[in-house]
Design a protein around this ligand. Structure first.
Ligand code: LMR
Length: 326
């Protein structure tokens, strides 16, 4: 009996030692695996497990299967999940309103300006702010520019009047839709398809890869390539978890993240192009390329939103971005 108990005790110690050897990292996100974010998360998993020689195991939870928009930040803060990659529009809700810089309509004229903002002092300063929330910002991931969709053509500001448009929970996005005369509706990403299908909302704004992988082309007859806003992500990790990792392991994971980030930036454009071709091939949605002159009209209509948020986001950030764009 004593021997049996001893054996049991030994086995359970061995069991927990074996379990302790492998550190489990849960990485949750809300989009499909075949999106830039989904594919980069897979790349990170592959690199992290290889570079750490199996000391970590990364479990991916795509499609919001573990946590949805509203739940995931709190889950990260209590270390129920270790890594997330929420869109930058979701950080204002944490009280970090400066992140809403990324939501301002037409603030980035092209990728070059965007990357200079993200990789420079503005973007890096924003990531540092996360520390006060028990979070460490590891990287920015990219998903390109957003486009408007609805069941009627969207060509001029007047076309938006009265449309119930889905937004992420961002005050800037709310103001943007109002500036067009639309009615903003905050809906979790995983619920957008059914909300469109059931006509709880009339339209949305998405980069091509999200539009396609959520099958929005089945429920939206018109997609206007407006490029009016940006969708990017901050890859974030629970601070206590991250700082508690052995130094050498943390360095390996940082390298894995850098490589996955370079990969993500490289594929984002290509994935979005491919998604648009797939939407075109489905013949369910009319794709309209907004001419530059009309884009300018839309831009002017939404521009007051920049002024409205000057003090909330901060003049230094907004003017700093204008200077980089000039
Ligand atoms: C959205 O909610 O529209 C996006 O943030 C989804 C995503 O993560 O790309």
């Amino acid at each position: 009996m004593r021997f049996a108990l001893l054996l049991l005790a030994c086995l359970s110690t061995l069991g927990s030692a074996a379990a302790n050897d492998t550190i489990l990292i849960k990485f949750s996100h809300v989009v499909a695996p075949d999106t830039p974010k989904g594919r980069a998360a897979e790349k990170f998993k592959e690199l992290a497990e290889k570079m750490s020689a199996g000391r970590v195991k990364v479990q991916l939870y795509p499609n919001g299967q573990l946590y949805k928009d509203r739940e995931e930040m709190a889950a990260l803060q209590r270390n129920a999940v270790q890594i997330l990659a929420p869109s930058l529009s979701k950080f204002g809700a944490l009280g970090l309103r400066q992140f809403e810089l990324f939501d301002l309509p037409y603030i980035f004229p092209n990728d070059k300006v965007l990357y200079r903002v993200m990789d420079g002092e503005i973007g890096q300063g924003l990531l540092r702010q996360l520390n006060s929330k028990g979070i460490v910002g590891l990287a920015y991931w990219d998903n390109g520019f957003k486009h408007f969709s609805a069941n009627r053509p969207l060509r001029t500001p007047a076309d938006f009047k009265g449309l119930r448009m889905r937004i992420q929970a961002s005050k800037v996005l709310e103001a943007q839709m109002k500036s067009l005369g639309a009615v903003p509706k905050v809906i979790a990403f995983s619920e957008v398809y059914s909300a469109l299908q059931q006509q709880v909302i009339d339209g949305a704004e998405n980069p091509e890869s999200n539009f396609r992988t959520q099958r929005m082309h089945e429920v939206q007859k018109h997609l206007t390539l407006s490029q009016h806003g940006y969708v990017g992500y901050a890859v974030i990790v629970n601070k206590t978890f991250w700082e508690g990792l052995p130094t050498d392991l943390r360095a390996q994971l940082s390298t894995a993240m850098q490589l996955a980030t370079a990969y993500e930036r490289q594929i984002a454009d290509e994935e979005n192009r491919r998604a648009l071709e797939e939407v075109r091939a489905a013949h369910t949605t009319e794709i309209y390329v907004l001419p530059l002159a009309d884009r300018e009209i839309l831009r002017k209509q939404m521009l007051p939103v920049h002024r409205e948020f000057l003090d909330i986001i901060g003049k230094d950030l907004i003017y700093g971005t204008y200077r980089i764009a000039a």
